[in-house]
Design a protein around this ligand. Structure first.
Ligand code: BGC
Length: 258
């Protein structure tokens, strides 16, 4: 029987002190993993989370690092290895969106989204994979992508372009690195009740429209994405690579992009 246990696995989570990332930290920390929480701002939230994981019987540290900066990314990987000796799972969760029409998207908007959502994921994958290969035990990379790696979202083109890139990054690097013991899987959430969706959540009309478009009739709670990630981080997912898994309440199959 393959183990779903995460005890002694070292798991790095980018963007780990809010939204889906925070729930991932809580889920894997609660299952016994040693967690490295990457964050960009709000150190106090990271401190609270570290305490919470400690109370659950887990172990966590925080590293302030901006995934858009390659030096920061390398320092994140190095700190994880210095502290816990290895990296078993790298969760590339940090993500942003600007929600602008392609007609109004500035080069600055474009670069901002790409640097976090695609370039950051690309090089975090490269740096983590090098470490996983060097340590001899291999490892798994889990990218928090989106239904929008495949599904258009008008007025969010840079985001969709980046997520489409992550889809192909996972497929290509997953195939390339499989024989070296590194597997890569995307998790594609649909609409999740996190700060990235505050403008929808706080607009009753928009929220009703969104809920009506989701076959399950509601947004996901972040825990419902984190539990999928916890499974993918376990040895139970040992035969998965170069693919995407969606947790979207059925939305991709039912409606045009919202
Ligand atoms: C986006 C949200 C959007 C959701 C469903 C997510 O990837 O970040 O803004 O509501 O997909 O369309």
């Amino acid at each position: 029987m393959t183990s779903l246990c995460l005890r002694d696995k070292v798991i790095v989570v980018t963007g780990g002190n809010s939204g889906i990332g925070k729930s991932i930290v809580e889920a894997v920390g609660g299952l016994g993993a040693k967690v490295v929480i990457d964050y960009r701002s709000h150190p106090e939230r990271t401190e609270e989370l570290i305490e919470e994981i400690g109370e659950l019987g887990g172990q966590a540290i925080g590293v302030q690092a901006d995934v858009a900066k390659l030096d920061d990314l390398q320092r994140l990987i190095d700190t994880a290895v210095k502290t816990f000796g290895k990296i078993d799972v790298m969760v590339n969760n940090a993500g942003i969106e600007t929600r602008t029409s392609i007609l109004d998207t500035t080069p600055e908007d474009y670069d901002k989204v790409m640097n976090v959502n695609l370039r950051g994921v690309f090089f975090a994958t490269q740096f983590a994979a090098k470490q996983m290969i060097a340590q001899g035990s291999g490892g798994r990379i889990i990218n928090i992508s989106s239904v929008h790696e495949d599904w258009p979202m008008p007025d969010n083109t840079p985001y969709c372009v980046a997520k489409g890139g992550v889809r192909m990054l996972t497929r290509t690097a997953g195939v390339e690195l499989a024989s070296k013991g590194v597997s890569i899987v995307n998790v594609g959430p649909g609409a999740v009740a996190t700060p990235i969706n505050d403008s929808t959540i706080n607009n009753p009309e928009l929220l009703a429209k969104l809920n009506a478009a989701i076959p399950m009739g509601r947004m996901a709670q972040p825990e419902e994405i984190a539990s999928v990630v916890a499974f993918l981080a376990s040895n139970g997912a040992s035969y998965m690579t170069a693919t995407s898994v969606f947790a979207d309440g059925g939305i991709m199959m039912s409606s045009p992009g919202l």
